[in-house]
Write a protein that binds this ligand. Sequence first.
Ligand code: HEM
Length: 474
Amino acid sequence: FMKRRKKWSRYPPGPVSLPFIGTMLHVDFRRPHVSFRQFHKKFGNVFNLQNCWTNVVVLNGYQTVKDALVHKSEDFADRPYFPVYEHLGYGSKSEGIIVAKYGPIWKELRRFTLSTLRNFGMGKKSLEERVTEEAGFLCSAVESEEGKPFDLRFLVNNAVCNVICTTVYGERFNYGDETFKMMLHLFESSLNEETGFLPQLLNVLPILLRIPGVPQMVFRGQKVFMDFIDVLIEKHMETWNPAHIRDFTDVFLTEMKKGKEAEERGFNYNNLRLVTADLFIAGSETTSTTLRWAFLYMLLHPEIQSKVQAEIDKVIGKEKPPTMKDQVSMPYTNAVIHEVQRCGDIVPVGLPHMTYRDTEVQGFFIPKGTTVITNLSSVLKDETVWEKPNEFYPEHFLDANGQFVKPEAFLPFSAGRRACPGEQLARMELFIFFTTLMQKFTFALPEDQPRPWEDGHFALTNAPHPYLIRAVPR
Ligand code: HEM
């Protein structure tokens, strides 16, 4: 008992907790990273919150996040349970990857996903060729805007999503395709449904989800999105042929056919739809949002844009499509892309973790089963690491000789056991899409358009507010 009391006396500090509701009223759930910034200043690198009766600890700053995710990787590898996803088919043996509990099924599915994506080209030439081909389609679509003001968002989303689509379903959608537009729209509403006070409340008070109609009403977009995925999978099941494996879905179906033992390892229908949804959700919104920040920063910093174009012209030339091999000879462009990720701060509060056992960070005791938020924003903007944390400054990634360097606090993909498995694919897409467009166009702010906002809109990701752009052929 004394030992327990001693441990809990080292529980992190935090704002005053009210009966029943805990600290929920102190947090702006539409912009949690902003609330966390204030608590960080007040309580230090490790502070606690209380969502009703759920204990939440928020980790801030590079050293703290690294201590937890890298040095005590397994202690922080679990995920909290999200009752709000039950109505989409989440259950004990079907949790997909992103919100799956730390354990053998998560491990198996993560390993399977990584190796299958790799076999279908991830990290290899064939996927690079696919990304390059898609970059070509993107260029033609941008060209057809004829230098007039337009919102780049739809084309970029389409291009990035097509990379996932071809890998998972072996199909791509033409730009402007009505079904695809509908899917993208569902995507955005699904993400918006995740943020705010209500989803948080439903997670800690799941009894409310039993009120007939509540899940369907609050998560309408997610439900329709999953229905859309079901249609795609059913189409695949009808045409599945073990002698002719086409894509990720086919490989998963092949595993499923192995029977009960495979089912136990997580290869069941529900998991197929959830893993697929995970790849779409995690793999498209993040990358396309990063690219939208990239072009926004180019609008706002024309001198940086000119330097990138000069390097592209020198290393690649004006005609040859960029390849990943060019990247090593392009320190400035590489630095700009990294700075876009740092400054754009795309996943500001990461994904929630949960402690797998009792543990400690920076001298604070954190019991097993505590929800842990890794405040990635506080790492990417850590004042003790970055020279100009709140400015767009590519020099953060260049040494005195203009060579590319990557500070350890560059953690947009997080770290440890749950680190993003799509990092390699994302890097390839960012480099090839960005350089291909910069090779062919100069991006400018339309006349009489006010300077776009530099702060973002938070809906799990931190995205730029919509802006118009002119793509002037070079
Ligand atoms: C997880 C960032 C692209 C698939 C994550 C996490 C972050 C992240 C911060 C949470 C890690 C944690 O829990 O600590 C990003 C960024 C991307 C990107 C910034 C693009 C610029 C992708 C792509 C894919 C992908 C292209 C798929 C091919 C996943 C999956 C997880 C994940 C499946 C869950 C991993 C797990 O729980 O084990 N990502 N990601 N991501 N990401 Fe990404």
